[in-house]
Design a protein around this ligand. Structure first.
Ligand code: CS2
Ligand code: MG
Length: 403
């Protein structure tokens, strides 16, 4: 079962996606998501120019050896571009392995630990009333967990809140990033009232989540975590920028609000101290940016030893290929916490036919052999790449800040 072809497919149905498709000499195919929002072409080139030529002729069944070959063989290890490329290869090889075995991938990584995957949806609003309306809609749809984001009085644009009623897509088409202005003071003065309004309207018997999106200092995050305690957050996500792992000790000293980080991590070494010192409660690494199923399992198994649960990233800039793979991991790992779920558009789903399904606040992985997802190359060809960047944030005095 040798790899005879490796295709990198860049498409833009509503937003850019990069997909790797591998074909073996016995006609099996496998797909892997290689999308890195705002830096898509870097991963496409890393794959096309430096990885795909090395895959031709390799035994597709040797997943671990291929992972080690691409990791150790690169010399320059880790990083979002490298690990997203490695992830795409790894995911495609697990897809092929499942098809060769005639089993869904979750059966190859330990079988079901649960019947379905609990997800959280996104409630966003320019105002608190708008956000509350979306919370109500999600609860009516059966969601048991809702992430709430709202516009901050005095700030024109805020992470997580779309213009109008379109689904939120952070990347903005154009030849340079959009600039937004941020004020931590305005945000900290406001956001506890958002939590209060949600609990007052809908009570406490569903999970309430919030994403601070890397913007606070540790002591500011400690202040927010403590202010949020009466509202029982399921988690406060990305409270601070995450390079300084010991910085989370300061948050832990002041608040019992659970902490979730990891969507920007790509290696076990990015979170090793956070996990082993129990500075976080959920690890948000995902299949596409976290080195694929093989590496993500290592991270999740380390987390399990330290009472840390999974909470994988699942925004719409992670393609249906990544979500399909994530569900196989989610349904199998012992320390599953929750899975982010932002439904893709119909246009995107037409490019990526899949058999996972949503019902009553839960996602069910495909039962087909492999991952249960593919890319329709003809449909993909209708949507050429479109330059787009994630926004940048500046403080009111013009200083660069985290977005
Ligand atoms: C966010 C993402 O889903 C989340 O938790 O942090 O929307 C993130 O901003 C995007 O994935 C960045 O591309
Ligand atoms: Mg986030």
């Amino acid at each position: 079962m040798n790899i005879v072809e490796a295709k990198v497919i860049v498409t833009c149905p509503d937003r850019n996606f990069v997909t790797l498709k591998l074909i073996t000499d016995d006609g099996l195919t496998g797909v892997g998501d290689a999308t890195l929002n705002g830096r898509e072409l870097a991963v496409a080139s890393y794959l096309r120019d430096h990885v795909c030529p090395l895959l031709i002729g390799r035994d597709a069944s040797r997943i671990e050896d291929t992972w080690q070959y691409l990791h150790k063989g690169a010399y320059w290890r880790r990083g979002p571009v490298t690990m997203t490329a490695v992830a795409a290869v790894d995911t495609a090889l697990w897809d092929i392995k499942g098809k060769a075995a005639g089993m869904p991938v979750y059966q190859l990584i330990g079988g079901r630990s649960r019947d379905a995957v609990t997800v959280y949806g996104h409630a966003n609003g320019a105002t608190v009333p708008e956000a509350l309306e979306q919370v109500g809609s999600l609860l009516d749809e059966g969601y048991r967990a809702v992430r709430v984001q709202a516009g901050v009085p005095g700030l024109e644009k805020v992470y997580g809140v779309p213009a109008g009623h379109a689904p939120y897509e952070p990347a903005v088409a154009g030849d340079r990033p959009e600039e937004a202005t941020w004020s931590t003071a305005k945000y900290l003065n406001f956001v506890p009232s958002l939590f209060a309004a949600v609990r007052e309207r809908f009570g406490h018997d569903f999970h309430l989540l919030h994403d601070a999106h890397h913007r606070l200092t540790p002591i500011e995050a400690a202040r927010l975590g403590r202010a949020a305690e009466p509202y029982g957050l399921f988690w406060l996500e990305d409270p601070i920028s995450e390079e300084l792992q010991e910085g989370f000790r300061l948050i832990r000293q002041h608040t019992t609000t659970p902490i979730a980080v990891g969507e920007v991590y790509n290696s076990i070494w990015d979170c090793h101290q956070l996990i082993t010192e129990q500075l976080i409660d959920y690890i948000r690494m995902d299949v596409v940016h976290g080195g694929g199923i093989t590496h993500l399992r290592r991270v999740f198994d380390l987390a399990d030893l330290y009472h840390v649960r999974t909470g994988s990233h699942g925004a719409t800039d992670l393609s249906p290929v990544c979500l399909a793979a994530a569900l196989h991991v989610d349904v199998a790992v012992p320390n599953f916490g929750i899975q982010e779920y932002m439904p893709h558009t119909e246009t995107t789903n037409a490019v990526f036919p899949h058999s996972y399904r949503f019902a009553d606040g839960l996602l069910y992985p495909s039962e087909e052999p492999g991952l249960g997802v593919d890319i329709d190359e003809e449909a993909a060809a209708e949507y050429p790449y479109r330059q787009a960047y994630l926004p940048v944030n500046r403080l009111e005095d013009g200083s660069m800040h985290d977005w």
